[in-house]
Design a protein around this ligand. Structure first.
Ligand code: FE
Length: 142
């Protein structure tokens, strides 16, 4: 499937736009320290966007407390929003999750989720931007 809005940037461009920690995780596929991220315990309603490109990735409705120290979701907003790939780094067999739009590493997905989807998307906080929709509410003054 063709994604017309795909974003491709050089490492130098990403390095300028992302924080050092975001670059380390989203471009170099490292992992944030568990319980260190700002969204681990967040229950606010909204849409979690990719922190690198703004693509809408997860709904707060599917977020659950996995007890792992990373924000966890039962499903993606749309299956075409992320890509998955086999990851054997760190001596583990895992399925890596990347943003379909910009290619940023987001985290991993596991098959031990507690909801009916059976999935646990284990995502680094630093890769996400919670959009609570305040700015997008319809203008009622008109
Ligand atoms: Fe992205």
């Amino acid at each position: 499937m063709e994604h017309d809005d795909k974003i491709q940037k050089t490492d130098e461009e990403w390095e300028r736009e992302l924080t050092p920690e975001q670059y380390r995780i989203m471009r170099e596929k490292q992992t944030e320290v568990p319980y260190s991220g700002k969204y681990v315990h967040t229950k606010d309603k909204g849409v979690y966007r990719c922190a690198a490109c703004g693509a809408e990735l997860f709904s707060s409705d599917t977020k659950f407390d996995s007890g792992t120290g990373w924000p966890s979701f039962a499903e993606v907003l749309g299956n075409d929003r992320v890509k998955t790939g086999h990851d054997t780094s760190s001596g583990m067999e895992r399925v890596e999750v990347t943003c379909a739009r910009c290619g940023a590493h987001l985290g991993h997905v596991f098959d031990d989720g507690p909801t009916e989807t059976g999935k646990r998307y284990c995502i680094n906080s630093v890769c996400l931007d919670l959009d609570t929709g305040e700015a997008r509410k319809p203008d009622q003054s008109a």
